[in-house]
Design a binder for this molecule. Structure first.
Ligand code: ATP
Ligand code: MG
Length: 388
């Protein structure tokens, strides 16, 4: 095949001795994302991963889109391979990069020569190809310092290839390299963004969703599953643990002071999520909480909800403005689904005057009437697991 995708790996410098596991994890993730798009050969040399189609049936456009969403990749380009011969290289440039060569005003050629037996030096190749292209395209001037277009020529052991400037990749670290976390996924805008941000740091996710049927509708649940599906091109396959939450909410409404309802409900969410974490070996919880956004998101409230969690609670959007969160949601493709108008369990029995600055001892006293362990246990036993 004469076209392939080159992926530039990120943050390897930081990882030092972990380089090998970084590359292995990334390669496994890439293979998984290419599933269903055809047969590809994937291999890594010198901080570049090569994705090479093995036959003409491969969906190269699909692979290109999929590779843009792989964490651990900082830049990617589509490249054309050709014979290791200066005129074959030139012809490949003219054919493959023709439209870019036509529209740029300035350019340069940069050659990397891994095959040291090739009869020309890198500089000679750049000069030859650059000179010929300059002559062939009237619009082009050479600018070695700030060219609009850089034509890359790479000469490897088995072939040469040419490509233009890389596009930015998804960045971050390969999913799975930093362990596993449980993410609390509501149907809102914030929690899919929070999940994405933590996955980006190399964390594999398990999703937990609290579902209050019949107060919330099957459509509300379907919306959350759809949000999880939209995250899979970035995070890989996900399990959504759908927790029946109605019984707990009804019990809290019966026996807790109204103004503490939300905060106590959120403590139950934490406890149940932690149980899920224990069962799947997760080492942290993730929420889409944002400082000051609503009553349950003051520092005091976070302290009271966090107090029941022995695991760290990661809140990656805590310091972002709504507009900044929306921007990320649009970029990752979850926004349009998040704004569909289905109610979340948090809006069921919402107190008229929720306590903004809850006091831990007071909340603990209000919970004394409850059989907390039994309530958590019953909810955990009722979990429905959905693979997306
Ligand atoms: P979001 O936009 O993520 O829904 P929000 O601004 O509406 O957040 P809250 O409803 O107070 O804020 O929820 C705060 C966080 O609690 C959410 O980001 C999410 O992580 C978690 N959460 C809320 N409701 C649910 C639910 N039904 N299932 C799972 N997690 C939830
Ligand atoms: Mg919400």
């Amino acid at each position: 095949m004469n076209e392939m995708i080159l992926l530039k790996l990120g943050e390897l410098v930081l990882k030092g001795l972990n380089r090998r596991s970084f590359e292995d994890k990334l390669q496994a993730n890439i293979h998984r994302r290419l599933n269903g798009l055809g047969q590809f050969r994937v291999y890594t040399r010198q901080s570049t991963t090569y994705v090479e189609p093995m036959n003409a049936d491969c969906d190269m456009d699909g692979a290109w889109e999929a590779m843009k969403k792989v964490f651990g990749v900082v830049g990617l380009s589509r490249a054309r391979s050709c014979e290791k011969d200066k005129d074959a290289i030139l012809a490949a440039c003219r054919e493959y990069l023709d439209s870019q060569l036509h529209s740029a005003k300035t350019f340069k050629v940069e050659t990397k020569r891994a095959d040291k037996t090739f009869p020309m030096t890198s500089i000679q190749v750049s000069q030859y190809v650059g000179g010929e292209l300059h002559e062939a395209y009237d619009n082009l001037e050479v600018d070695v310092h700030h060219p609009e277009l850089t034509v890359y020529v790479e000469i490897r052991d088995y072939a040469a290839f040419v490509h233009a400037d890389p596009e930015p990749g998804a960045g971050g670290l390969p999913v799975g390299i930093n362990g596993r976390a449980v993410s609390l996924l509501s149907g809102g805008i914030d929690s899919p963004v929070a999940s994405w941000m933590i996955a980006k740091r190399g964390v594999a996710l398990e999703m937990v969703h609290f579902f209050s049927y019949p107060y919330t509708s099957p459509e509300a649940k379907e919306k959350v599953l759809e949000l999880a599906r939209l995250l899979t091109p970035w995070c890989g396959r996900l399990t959504v643990h759908v927790v029946p939450f109605t019984a707990i909410q009804e019990e809290l409404r019966r026996s807790c002071p109204e103004e503490l309802f939300t905060i106590i409900m959120r403590r139950f969410m934490m406890r149940i999520s932690q149980e899920v974490a224990k069962r799947c070996g997760a080492k942290a919880l993730v929420t889409g909480e944002c400082l000051g956004q609503v009553a349950s998101q003051t520092m005091e409230a976070m302290n009271v909800t966090g107090a029941v969690a022995a695991l760290p609670v990661l809140r990656p959007v805590v310091g972002l403005d709504k507009e900044e969160i929306v921007q990320i949601a649009r970029k990752i493709g979850t926004f349009e689904t998040s704004i569909l108008p289905y109610e979340d369990c948090c809006t069921v029995f919402t107190p008229r005057h929720p306590r903004l600055r809850p006091i831990l001892t007071e909340v603990e006293a209000a919970e004394e009437k409850l059989d907390v362990d039994a309530m958590v246990q019953a909810a955990v036993e009722g979990i429905e697991r959905v693979q997306v």
